[in-house]
Design a protein around this ligand. Structure first.
Ligand SMILES: [Zn+2]
Ligand SMILES: [Zn+2]
Length: 169
């Protein structure tokens, strides 16, 4: 028979193709580091959690206190948020404030909370940065988490843009 090796190759390629598709569909979230953390599949200390959100320490702190609040389900970034998501963002802020309070941050007015703006998000999964004290952040930290930074948008701006235009510009 002439078709032996050829036939084997076709089967092999199809098998590979199916496997790759299966992995992409079933494990899409498993390639995202924050999905792994949110699903307890990473070696990260979870500090606060509820059925919707998870909070943990930022690996490269930009201030004395630096925490991240992420959604359990995968959301790409603040650009994916719509008006309906205002309560979600408010709950993220609430968890951010809770973790700062829990860690004895006394001045809750001297905090910085916000999101990185794509394509400058280090991890493309919606995460709220909560930093304190904001007033003593280094110049480098201000570049990454400052209200004037092109890479960062404060949560107040996100909320007001969602209220007025239904999305983050
Ligand atoms: Zn994710
Ligand atoms: Zn970020």
């Amino acid at each position: 028979m002439q078709y032996g090796p050829f036939y084997k190759n076709v089967v092999f390629l199809n098998y590979n193709y199916l496997c790759i598709n299966y992995i992409n569909v079933v494990q899409a979230g498993k390639h995202c580091p924050f999905c792994l953390i949110a699903n307890n599949q990473a070696d990260t200390d979870i500090l606060l959690t509820d059925d919707e959100l998870v909070c943990f320490r930022d690996m490269k702190p930009g201030a004395t206190h630096h925490y991240l609040v992420v959604t359990r389900t995968h959301v790409d970034s603040c650009k994916s948020l719509r008006e309906d998501d205002i309560p979600l963002v408010e709950r993220m802020v609430e968890m951010g404030r809770s973790i700062l309070e829990k860690n004895k941050v006394s001045d809750l007015d001297d905090v910085r909370m916000g999101f990185h703006v794509p394509p400058f998000s280090s991890v493309p999964h919606l995460h709220l940065h909560a930093l304190a004290p904001a007033s003593t952040m280094s110049f480098k930290s201000q570049l990454h988490y400052g209200p004037q930074s092109h890479w960062f948008i404060t949560v107040d701006k996100v909320l007001s843009q969602l209220k007025t235009r239904g999305k983050v510009k």
